[in-house]
Design a protein around this ligand. Structure first.
Ligand code: PRP
Length: 208
């Protein structure tokens, strides 16, 4: 599907398989989320703009480059928190703007409970971080919120998705690219990704 980038990186596939494994404990799970986030950050930032930058090396002058765009990371609490350090390890100058949403268990609709966006959109690129794209409701609500706030260039980065969530997100926001570790078979009737990896928030924080 146009605008949907499913990672084909062997390390992403390897780590995602470990994440899926129900015998992976919270400590390993958090470590894997962190590592996968760094790999997906690399993939999701391939089109960032650069400008020429000249530096003096110990041996002479080098024509180099520097990043011309500023980045805001938007982790969706709670599960998105686990992806922040992986992204910051690649882009240490990024700002981090937390959005708190939980999914109502009955309606599966997102409920907002926290918003720490700065007063004005300062970064040129907003990267929404959430391990899971299930119905797509949380991602769509976050993009709606960022758009209303004034963000222009937005990308979604996740570890795993259901096809239903990818379609809903692309239908609602066709201009937001989706970078994902894998797209699974389907959503089940209680809104979980199958085969998926369970609940990424509970598995990271030991609250299952
Ligand atoms: C999970 C997940 C996403 C959302 C995905 O969060 O981390 O934010 O559900 O579902 P959706 O695509 O159907 O909206 P959850 O509500 O379990 O909260 P948590 O991160 O605090 O565990």
């Amino acid at each position: 599907m146009e605008g949907v980038y499913i990672s084909s990186h062997p390390l992403v596939k390897h780590k995602l398989t470990l994440l899926r494994d129900k015998s992976t404990d919270s400590t390993q799970f958090r470590q894997l989320v962190n590592e996968m986030a760094a790999l997906l950050c690399y993939e999701a930032t391939q089109d960032l703009k650069i400008i020429p930058n000249t530096v003096e090396t110990p041996m002479g002058t080098a024509q180099g480059s520097e990043l011309a765009e500023s980045i805001g990371l938007v982790p969706i609490l709670r599960a998105g928190l686990g992806m922040v350090d992986g992204f910051l390890s690649m882009v240490p100058v990024a700002e981090v703007w937390h959005i708190g949403l939980y999914r109502d268990e009955q309606t599966l609709k997102p409920v907002e409970y926290y918003n720490k966006l700065p007063i004005e959109p300062r970064a040129q690129v907003c990267l929404i971080l959430d391990p899971m794209l299930a119905t797509g409701g949380s991602a769509i609500a976050t993009i709606d919120l960022l758009r209303k706030w004034g963000a222009r260039r937005i990308k979604f980065v996740g570890l795993i998705a259901a096809p239903e969530g990818v379609k809903a997100l692309r239908d609602a926001h066709p201009d937001v690219p989706v970078h994902i570790g894998a797209v699974d078979e389907r959503l089940n009737d209680i809104g979980f990704i199958v085969p998926g990896l369970g609940d990424a928030g509970d598995r990271q924080f030991g609250t299952a």
